[in-house]
Write a protein that binds this ligand. Structure first.
Ligand code: DQA
Length: 149
C-alpha cells in the first residue's frame, strides 16, 4: 500500500485551543483521524507527524524523498505553519527531492496579514489548498491520490 506523509509545522500541536476564531476547535488528533479516513478511501496509508523544529521538518522532507524514489510514497500534504512564510530551507528540500507536495493552510492566508501572503513553498508545491479549514487536509490527500505521475 502506498503512503502519504502528512506533515505539520510549528504551533499546529496547539490546534483546538489556538486562536479558535481563526483555526476553529478541531484538534490535530481530529485532523489525523480525518486524514486516515480520507486516505483509506483511496487505499493509501498515512504517516502523520508534527514538529516545531524547522530542521526536523527538513529531515522529514528528505525522508519523503527517499520513500518517493523507492516507490512507496504517493506524496506529501504539508502545513508548514509560519515556516511557510520564512523557510527557504524547506523550499530547497522540497525542490531537491522532487516530491509531489500539496501546501495546505487551514485559514485563508491571503485574507490575513500581508506577511502571510508570501509562501516559499508555493513555487515548489504541486498544488495549494487554503482557507477550507481541516477539510483542506482531506482535499490534499484526494489530490495526491488522483496523481498518476
Ligand atoms: C497556517 C497559516 C500560517 O500563516 C500560520 O503561521 C499557521 C497556520 C494555517 O494553517 O492557516 O501556523 O499554516
Amino acid at each position: 500500500m502506498s503512503t502519504v506523509f502528512v506533515l505539520n509545522g510549528p504551533n499546529l500541536n496547539l490546534l483546538g485551543t489556538r486562536e479558535p476564531a481563526i483555526y476553529g476547535s478541531t484538534t490535530l488528533a481530529d485532523i489525523e483521524a480525518l486524514c486516515r479516513t480520507e486516505a483509506g478511501k483511496h487505499g493509501l496509508s498515512v504517516d502523520f507527524r508534527q514538529s516545531n523544529l524547522e530542521g526536523v521538518l527538513v529531515d522529514w522532507i528528505h525522508e519523503a524523498g527517499r520513500a518517493f524514489a523507492a516507490g512507496t510514497l504517493k506524496g506529501v500534504v504539508f502545513n508548514a505553519g509560519a515556516y511557510t512564510h520564512t523557510s527557504l530551507a524547506l523550499a530547497d528540500a522540497t525542490k531537491a527531492t522532487g516530491i509531489p507536495l500539496v501546501e495546505v493552510h487551514i485559514s485563508n492566508v491571503h485574507a490575513r496579514e500581508p506577511v502571510r501572503h508570501h509562501s516559499f513553498l508555493s513555487p515548489v508545491a504541486r498544488g495549494i489548498i487554503v482557507g477550507f479549514g481541516p477539510l483542506g487536509y482531506a482535499l490534499g490527500i484526494a489530490a495526491l491520490a488522483s496523481l498518476t505521475a
